[in-house]
Design a protein around this ligand. Structure first.
Ligand code: FES
Length: 236
């Protein structure tokens, strides 16, 4: 890893009261550098944070947004959880997998695309949902999915259905590491479909129950520093 990578990691570490909290953005920064989390990136992160390489590797291999091999320039996710699957996600997956000759967690021969079956994106109101470098592509169908792939493959600018332009994987990873790309205001806000539940509740005079004055979590004083269970919990 370059000296600049180390410098930027130290900047990220300085943003948090505890330096180890910077591990997640540091791993995104590693992906911005190399397109994936390399063994060397794991070693450097561990050294800077005074963690073991096993601890860093455990985090990097737990979260699916961290890749252990190079991603395509455009990392495509197809939600195949139940709602998206029955509304067309399975068909979209099959079609893209055939078109790109690429299976789950694989990269196309020319390196332009990688493909992943993704879990529910909490966007079921717009199922079936895809993502391209984590930008939403809502209300997809097979034709729309093929069109996105064709346009990205030709190097055309493609926008997420929520506004932002889909940028190359490494650029997006830099943003996820916490570096301001100046695009925070890009894209829309929640639409009527997303807010249908709130609108219904208002129409029918429904409201959430009042929060208790005292949180039940206040009873858990005596937790250890790591935020674990209260002392004595589960004993005797
Ligand atoms: S099931 Fe696909 S976004 Fe929820």
């Amino acid at each position: 890893m370059t000296e600049e990578f180390r410098t930027q990691c130290r900047e990220l570490m300085a943003r948090f009261p505890q330096a180890r909290s910077a591990l997640l953005p540091m791993l995104h920064l590693a992906q911005a550098e190399d397109g994936y989390v390399t063994p060397e990136a794991i070693r450097v992160c561990a050294e800077l944070l005074e963690l073991s390489t096993a601890e860093v590797a455990a985090v990097a291999s737990f979260y699916t947004m961290y890749k252990r091999h190079r991603s395509g320039t455009y990392h495509l996710g197809v939600c195949t959880n139940t709602l998206c699957a029955v509304l067309g996600g399975d068909e979209i997956w099959r079609t893209l997998s055939e078109r790109l000759d690429t299976g789950h967690d694989e990269v196309s021969a020319d390196g332009t695309f990688s493909l992943e079956r993704i879990e529910c994106q909490a966007a079921c109101t717009h199922a079936p949902v895809m993502t391209a470098n984590w930008e939403y592509l809502d209300d997809m169908d097979v034709d729309k999915a093929l069109d996105v792939v064709a346009r990205l493959g030709r190097g055309e600018a493609v926008r997420s259905t929520r506004g932002p332009v889909i940028r190359p994987f490494t650029d997006t990873e830099r943003t996820l590491a916490g570096y301001d790309d100046g695009l925070a205001g890009e894209g829309g806000t929640a639409d009527a479909k997303m807010l249908a539940g709130v609108a219904y509740a208002r129409q029918h005079g429904m409201s959430a129950p009042q929060a208790p004055e005292r949180s039940p979590f206040d009873e858990t004083s005596g937790t250890d520093d790591a935020g674990g269970a209260p002392a004595g919990d589960g004993e005797g």
